[in-house]
Each structure stands twice: as structure tokens, then as C-alpha cells.
Design a protein around this ligand. Structure first.
Ligand SMILES: Cc1cc2nc3c(=O)[nH]c(=O)nc-3n(C[C@H](O)[C@H](O)[C@H](O)COP(=O)(O)OP(=O)(O)OC[C@H]3O[C@@H](n4cnc5c(N)ncnc54)[C@H](O)[C@@H]3O)c2cc1C
Length: 277
């Protein structure tokens, strides 16, 4: 490994870099059943979905996500409708209450979709996940085709907060042979760490957001400390609270991570009533 200082832009990223491109599959909306609810860690709940509505489900990339559509205050749910060509969904106006969640796992053998919810105070989806009983129906929109990272990116850097840990867990399980990865994951405390698939060539660093030293620049600072290989194509993926990602975006720009070589997504915003209508 050769350390690359942030001031030294990375030529392999800027020129002749491979590109992540969207997968191809139709966008569907379906009604699924809750099969069971499990506790993953004290602040993470897994809801397992399945049922006849899962027929034809496709999930191709580890950070693929769906929108869960919840009922309006009158108890009626207004799901979107599919376009005949499967290219998109048409959403009713005003938008129904909905929240985005990662497909932690799609198990074709058992026909199950796992969704892992961070439990927090005062969240529609978080409350639902903590209380929902087996047999309950839920409308699930998507996933839209996610970005497929080609294996020519033989080194991948993953930065995540608690909400993006489900994606990191799946990402490391599905890492192609010959690809190395460095993951930095910020969870509230040691109780929220999870057993991940850490094969040779994979390094996972845990940060604790409840540590008084943790700040909005901590994920970016951890990124700066990583030693990245200068002779390999590096893919950068980061997701989590929007403010925590700002230094990550700055670092990515300063180091030549162009479109197709990185994906940095704000998953939620601290101190906002709601991120979606
Ligand atoms: C593409 C994508 C994939 C995602 N995947 C996952 C996933 O797999 N698992 C997951 O847990 N989340 C995931 N999220 C984040 C999740 O959608 C948001 O956290 C969402 O706001 C939670 O909805 P809610 O109804 O529980 O809370 P909301 O009603 O949206 O928010 C209520 C209040 O809670 C705060 N809040 C929201 N989320 C959190 C949080 N995590 N911790 C503390 N406070 C919070 C808000 O700031 C707001 O003040 C993903 C988001 C995106 C965009």
C-alpha cells in the first residue's frame, strides 16, 4: 500500500478509470408480508418480508434500496403505479408517507427480503419496525436499478454511518474475488457493531458516534488516514447523515474521484422533522 496525501490527486481515478453503471431491471411496486421481526443489535431491528408479492423480485447491487409506503392518517395507503415499460413508477400527489431502506439481503432460496432499521426516537418507519407483527402487509416500491461497480475497481473504500451499515454488510458479503476493501463504519457504541464478512484483503474500522471526540468531520478524517493503493483503481462509496458526509465529498473532489468512480449519498438529516413528504 502506498499512502496518497489528499493534496496529491490520483491519476488512475481521473483518467481511464472504469465506470460504475446502472443495473438493468424493471422498477416494480409490490405488496409484501412481514414474515418475522428480529433484533440485530439493541438499536437495529430486522424486518423480514416475503409472500406471493415477491414473485419476479430482482436485487443486483449491495446498496440497492426500496421505498416503503405507509398509510395516510386515514389508514389508506396510496402506493405508486408501475409504468407499463417498467422504466419508473408514477407517484400520487401529494406524495404518500414513504421512507427509503436498503435491501440487506435478498435470499432467493427462502424467498425473503431483509430490511434492517436503525431504531430512533420519533420516526414513522422506526416506530413501525419496532411494532410490526408477522402477517402485516406493506407496500414496497423498487428497487430502482442501482450502480454496478465493475471488478476493475480492485480496491473499494466504504464509509458509513449506522443507517448505511446494512449496505456495508451486504457489500462485504458480495465483494467479488480479487477485490480488496477498506470500510469505516460509525455506529453509536460498541454494542451496535456487527459481525461482518471480513476476508483477507478487507479491513473494517469502527468509530463510535457517542464518543465525545466524534464530530461531523470524523468520517472525513478517518478517510484521510487511509492508505490507498496508488496503482489500482479505487472506488469510493459513502452513505449516512448528510452533514457527516460533507468532508468526505470535499476529499473526493480534491482527490479526483469523478462521477462513476464514487457514490456519496446522504441517507438522512439530523434535526429535521422529516426528510420525505
Ligand atoms: C438510499 C437510502 C437507504 C437507506 N437505508 C437505510 C437502512 O437500510 N436502514 C436504516 O435504518 N436507514 C436507512 N436509510 C435512512 C432512513 O431512510 C432515514 O433514517 C429515515 O429518515 C428514517 O425514517 P423514520 O420514519 O424512522 O424517521 P423520520 O420520520 O424520517 O425522521 C424523524 C426524526 O428522526 C430523525 N432521524 C431520522 N433517521 C434517524 C436516524 N437513523 N437516527 C437518528 N435520528 C434519525 C430525523 O432527523 C427526524 O428529526 C436509508 C436512506 C436512504 C436515502
Amino acid at each position: 500500500m502506498v499512502a496518497m496525501p489528499p493534496s496529491d490527486p490520483q491519476p488512475p481515478q481521473a483518467e481511464h478509470a472504469p465506470q460504475a453503471v446502472p443495473a438493468e431491471h424493471p422498477v416494480r411496486v409490490r405488496q409484501l408480508q412481514v414474515l418475522r421481526r428480529e433484533s440485530v443489535t439493541p438499536r437495529m431491528v430486522r424486518v423480514v418480508l416475503g409472500g406471493a408479492g415477491l414473485a419476479g423480485f430482482e436485487s443486483h447491487v449491495p446498496d440497492e434500496h426500496v421505498k416503503l409506503v405507509f398509510p395516510d392518517s386515514d389508514g389508506v395507503t396510496r402506493p405508486p403505479t408501475e409504468l407499463p415499460d417498467g422504466s419508473s413508477l408514477e407517484w400520487p400527489r401529494p406524495f404518500p408517507p414513504n421512507r427509503e431502506y436498503t435491501i440487506r439481503r435478498y435470499d432467493r432460496e427462502t424467498d425473503e427480503v431483509w430490511i434492517d432499521f436503525v431504531v430512533h426516537v420519533g420516526g414513522l418507519a422506526s416506530d413501525w419496525a419496532q411494532q410490526v407483527e408477522p402477517g402485516t402487509s406493506v407496500w414496497v416500491a423498487g428497487p430502482r436499478p442501482g450502480l454496478v461497480v465493475p471488478p476493475e475497481f480492485t480496491h473499494q473504500v466504504l464509509l458509513a454511518d449506522h443507517t448505511a451499515l446494512p449496505a456495508v454488510g451486504r457489500w462485504l458479503e458480495e465483494l467479488p474475488t480479487g477485490v480488496d476493501a477498506q470500510a469505516v463504519v460509525a455506529v453509536p457504541n460498541a454494542d451496535e457493531r456487527q459481525e461482518l464478512v471480513v476476508r483477507p484483503g478487507v479491513e473494517v474500522t469502527w468509530l463510535h458516534t457517542e464518543d465525545p471526540a466524534f464530530g461531523t468531520d470524523s468520517l472525513g478524517a478517518a478517510l484521510e488516514q487511509l492508505s490507498l493503493p496508488a496503482d489500482r483503481h479505487v472506488y469510493l462509496w459513502a452513505a449516512g447523515e448528510a452533514g457527516v458526509l460533507k468532508p468526505v465529498r470535499r476529499w473526493a473532489r480534491a482527490n479526483g474521484f469523478a462521477r462513476g468512480t464514487c457514490d456519496i449519498s446522504g441517507y438522512w438529516r439530523a434535526a429535521r422533522t422529516s426528510r420525505l413528504p
